[in-house]
Design a protein around this ligand. Sequence first.
Ligand code: 1CP
Length: 366
Amino acid sequence: MATGFAPLKNDLILRAARGETVERPPMWIMRQAGRYLPEYHVVKDGRDFFETCRDAEIASEITIQPIDHFDGLIDAAIIFSDILVIPQALGMEVLMIDGKGPSFPHPLRSPEDLKKLRTTVDITKELDWAFTAITLTRKKLNGRVPLLGFCGAPWTLLAYMTEGSGSKMFRYAKEWLYRYPKESHELLQRITDVAIDFLAHQVAAGAQMLQVFESNGGELGPVEFDEFCLYYLKQISAKLPAKLAELGITEKIPVTVFAKGSWYALDKLCDAGYDCVSLDWLHCPAEAVKTANGRVALQGNMDPGVIYGTKEAITAKVEQMIKGFNGGKKNYIINLGHGTQPMMDPEQVGRLRVVGYMTPSLYKLS
Ligand code: 1CP
């Protein structure tokens, strides 16, 4: 277990996730590191995406870029990596093609293909670079803000592994669920086991909070969500403490779940064993607060498209959102409802700061 890190100077997000009343709502932004920041492209310098992730010096630099860029605005760093490193750990080849996105040369198209996956995964060997990057980043952060670790959730990863890329139709992923349900469960279970191990080792390496991304949640209706998503999301939260204990970690590590598009599942997600539930912009904040009823902290949920609006529109929308979350001083973390997009203007992203809620003296709004 990595030790000897500097004490935290800003633990707002950890306190908010624990349900404590805080002086102002903490904020971080999904996909805050990367594509829309000019300094990311300078450091990446045309290199392959996964090569960049595997270089601890570069990955840590990119992770910290948004913390420096928006000094005083962002209350957590998220390690620069990707959800698709779990398929890689399972033995699949994943390429990141510029301007296109992820691509698997050999996707899983039938249950026979499950034989191509490793049956046992030594996570410390397969993803050692991820842990090295986390430890180095935590050291470089020097306690400025907590470092978040993350992983992709089982259904979202099954979809990438069977489709072989991002998808609009989900033709192969749905074929797996409805033609090969037994084998789909086998695959989901194997991903779940690796995810638990991966999350625990990220904490051992220095991650202070975790997020599980079920980005394709909304592709399933409520019945299938229970069967193919929720069952595994609950296993992750239930089994993580024992896995952490095996690694000598007994302190409570806050974990967030983000099931994009699964508005119908909010009530169940609040009882799924997570500390925080991240919401997309299909939720009305006040309704979500009512449903959650203090069971979890809520994170989100502004339409990322607002970033394309005027300065006034951004400010008005952030204020409206925070009011919807009861002023945000309890059980709330400011975030977008999904990630930033490559075309976004960093100056516009910086306007998420709202006078009165954030710390104006630390961040100069132009
Ligand atoms: O700040 C951060 O969040 C950086 C770390 C990070 C995270 C948490 C990256 C870097 N990716 C992710 C998660 C991730 N990756 C998700 C879940 C979040 C979401 O729903 O957006 C998903 C679905 C992916 C898959 C993925 N990776 C795609 C396809 C989906 C999409 O949104 O475009 C793509 C294009 C990537 C590549 C990628 N991952 C991360 C970055 C910065 C990039 C772009 C690489 C580049 O163009 O330089």
